[in-house]
Write a protein that binds this ligand. Structure first.
Ligand code: PLP
Length: 241
């Protein structure tokens, strides 16, 4: 894990405090760092977190949440979506093509458009449902074979396909830097590619490295453990809602 000397461990039980401290720190960084964007968005990644922690954050007034598994997201958000009309749900995980309909139906943003077959399936569903979740293209900046994301060398053609042929609402790029390495060059690389294609939004930065991501111009940071504390095991979380 990349080490940040300045980062203090998140207190587990005080979600409102974690939230307040994080948003304060975000504002401070944005004032000081020359490349930082004005008012970046904090996506609270609620995957594998118990319902009471999510409700605690909702009570603090937060409305942007991220998930990476479809079934889990439906269990957690279907009812809450009716209660909180201004929720904004972000899908961050790998999308199976045959789940495109459900993803388009539930989510307002999709961060993980990463291959032509998926882009085609998503654009079909958007037309069918007349819904247009905003999309990020996920780029495999570390060119890791096991990881999702379009390879940088294929990005040009993929953007042409998504934007001009399929008319997908592509607003930016997303990356997940390799573990155990300095993420900053990856953030810088993503930023450069986005600029090249006039894409204004950058989804980058997680609990361990978000301060670096903000300084590199992230518009969306995705924080799980920094807000909620450690995740529950998958077993507990799928059964426990
Ligand atoms: C889980 C996840 C996060 C949040 O991770 P933390 O380290 O808990 O902040 C962010 N982005 C994606 C794509 C994830 O899957």
């Amino acid at each position: 894990m990349y080490n940040d000397k300045n980062k203090s461990p998140a207190p587990i039980n005080n979600i409102p405090l974690n939230y307040k401290n994080t948003t304060q720190r975000m504002a401070d960084i944005c004032q000081q760092a020359p490349l930082a964007k004005h008012k970046p968005q904090l996506i609270a990644v609620s995957k594998q977190q118990p319902g009471e922690r999510i409700d605690a954050l909702l009570q603090s007034g937060h409305r942007l949440f991220g998930e990476n598994r479809l079934q889990e997201a439906y269990n957690r958000w279907q009812a809450r979506k009716l209660r909180y009309t201004n929720l904004q749900l972000h899908f961050l995980g790998r999308v199976q093509t045959n789940k495109a309909a459900d993803i388009v139906c539930l989510f307002d943003y999709i961060h993980s458009i990463d291959r032509p077959k998926l882009a085609i399936a998503i654009s079909k569903e958007m037309r069918k449902q007349n819904r247009t979740p905003q999309c990020f293209i996920q780029v495999n900046t570390g060119e890791e074979p096991q990881k999702s994301g379009i390879m940088p060398a294929d990005l040009h053609d993929f953007i042409q396909l998504c934007k001009y042929e399929l008319k997908l609402p592509i607003i930016g790029l997303m990356c997940l830097p390799p573990r155990n390495c300095n993420p900053v060059p990856h953030f810088a690389f993503l930023r450069k590619m986005a600029q090249q294609y006039s894409l204004t939004q950058l989804s980058m930065g997680m609990s361990n490295d978000w301060q670096y991501a903000l300084r590199m111009g992230a518009t969306h940071i995705r924080l799980g453990t920094a807000i909620f504390g450690p995740r529950q095991s998958k077993q507990t979380e799928t059964n426990g809602i």
